[in-house]
Design a protein around this ligand. Structure first.
Ligand code: NCD
Length: 464
């Protein structure tokens, strides 16, 4: 089911290299400078025709205003055409059509697809079946990479840099897909992170672990922000990654981080569609909250929509950047479309290596054989997609990462299907084709796989 290898999909912000993200910003800046509405410098007010004859399809199976309309406006401004399926109730999904079939078909009608879907990992899955590039317009609670491009672009324009910025992320850190893409990007561009979750809405464990383990953020001791009850954790960028990567924690002061200064606060709404029950005590950000000295120069971002957590009375404050942020959706998405299609300047693929290729082993098995993804909202558990998905994991840093939704499984054993026995989880296996992960040794034995042998010299155990 592998998609055409030449296609450049944008499923995660981590599919884009830093240089590619910078290229999006350079082109977005150019569009904004050349095409801005004279009365409104944040708005693209004129069109060009570099995308003439090209068609963008928006397939939105979950509500949206900004993402879909700014993508469509962006394609119109580039001179291209747009087709859309924006109402799940009137799409063939309602008749029981799988996403895999939908994107295969829409590939024949368009040159690029933007997908929004309620399931985590839907964009990765769609990319397996599409014949044109798939851009993730938000998949469940997983990621929203193009929102992150808008967020970073806003920060660059407001602060002229990303490195060393103290960025507070606030609200529903668990359910907000915008936050997940955003924190990865901030870590990669060397910002410091202040985590300010609403109660019980901390970052998902796998996102948090990845920030520390893969993107080398260091945890600052509580003493660095002891007087501030709103901060749950402070993650500091390691300036000298090679030395500091050996130490899990860091002294914020020694690293030159002033925990009493917040350069950016990113507010999010309670993601009610991803939780059951009410948000009790969801924090509210208003002029009073932002009176604290550390917010004196903060720019305030919000992916929007807001539903009461960010006071409208703050809108006229010079620090409010969220309407600019929404407006930048057009030039940023124009740039992304142009680069993905390779129609204005060089395509993204010109960079050495192109998008990041996963090099870690992939275990790929049918449903029902060994372990499944632990995330119940993963696309692989969607009954409509069951025939088109598999139990797929990348073996990364001693964990299994779901190929679709990036959720981690930390406890598992591996078996070699062909040899009929378990193998050490850290064993170097010749190929991955016969490797099946199980939850534990008992589950593997129950499925007929004998325990791993202590020594290679013992005779091969036969399948029981
Ligand atoms: C976000 C989303 O859909 O995740 N909206 C958007 O695209 N700007 C944020 C949200 O819905 O809260």
């Amino acid at each position: 089911v592998a998609a055409k290898p030449s296609l450049r999909h944008v499923n995660s912000i981590n599919d884009l290299q830093n240089a590619e993200i910078e290229a999006v910003f350079t082109l977005a800046d150019k569009y904004l400078n050349e095409l801005a509405d004279p009365g409104s410098p944040h708005k693209v007010g004129r069109s060009i025709d570099v995308a003439r004859g090209r068609v963008l399809a928006t397939v939105f199976l979950e509500p949206s205003t900004r993402t879909r309309l700014s993508f469509e406006s962006a394609m119109h401004r580039l001179g291209g055409g747009v087709i859309t399926s924006a109402d799940p109730a009137t799409a063939s999904t309602a008749k029981g059509e799988s996403l895999a079939d939908t994107v295969k078909i829409v590939s024949n009608y368009s040159d690029v697809i933007v997908l929004r879907h309620p399931r985590d990992g839907a964009a990765r899955h769609a990319a397996d079946y599409a014949q044109v590039p798939v851009i993730n317009g938000g998949d469940g609670a997983h990621e929203h990479p193009t929102q992150t491009l808008c967020d970073l672009f806003t920060l660059k324009r407001e602060h002229r840099r990303l490195k060393g910025l103290n960025v507070a992320v606030q609200g529903d850190l668990k359910g907000s897909r915008t936050i997940h893409s955003f924190v990865y990007a901030l870590a990669r561009f060397k910002a410091n992170l202040m985590l300010m979750p609403a109660k019980g809405m901390e970052l998902p464990a796998h996102v948090d672990a990845r920030l520390r383990e893969e993107f080398e953020l260091k945890v600052a001791p509580k003493s660095a922000y002891a007087d501030d009850a709103s901060i749950d954790a402070l993650y500091v960028t390691a300036d000298e990654p090679h030395q500091l990567s050996l130490i899990p924690a860091i002294d914020a002061e020694a690293a030159g981080v002033d925990a009493n200064r917040v350069d950016v606060i990113y507010v999010t709404r309670f993601q009610k569609e991803r939780w059951t029950g009410e948000a009790k005590d969801y924090p509210k950000v208003d002029a009073k909250f932002l009176e604290a000295p550390k917010y004196r120069k903060s720019s305030v971002l919000h992916p929007l929509p807001r539903v009461g957590e960010l006071d409208v009375a703050f809108d006229d404050d010079a620090r409010a950047a969220y309407f600019k942020q929404a407006s930048y959706g057009v030039p940023v998405r124009m740039a992304l479309i142009a680069l993905v299609l390779g129609i204005d300047g060089a395509p993204l693929g010109r960079f050495a290596g192109g998008f990041r290729e996963a090099v870690e082993p992939l275990y790929d098995n049918p449903h029902g054989e060994g372990l499944g993804c632990p995330n119940p909202n993963c696309i692989c558990h969607d009954p409509l997609e069951r025939q088109h998905t598999r139990q797929r994991f990348r073996h990364v840093g001693g964990k299994l990462r779901c190929y679709y939704c990036d959720s981690d499984t930390t406890d598992f054993v591996l078996v070699d299907r062909k040899a009929g026995k378990q193998v050490a989880a850290d064993a170097r296996v010749a190929g991955t084709r016969n490797i099946v992960p199980f939850a534990d040794a008992a589950a593997a034995e129950a499925a007929g796989y004998s325990p791993a042998e202590p020594s290679k010299r013992q005779p091969n155990a036969a399948r029981q």
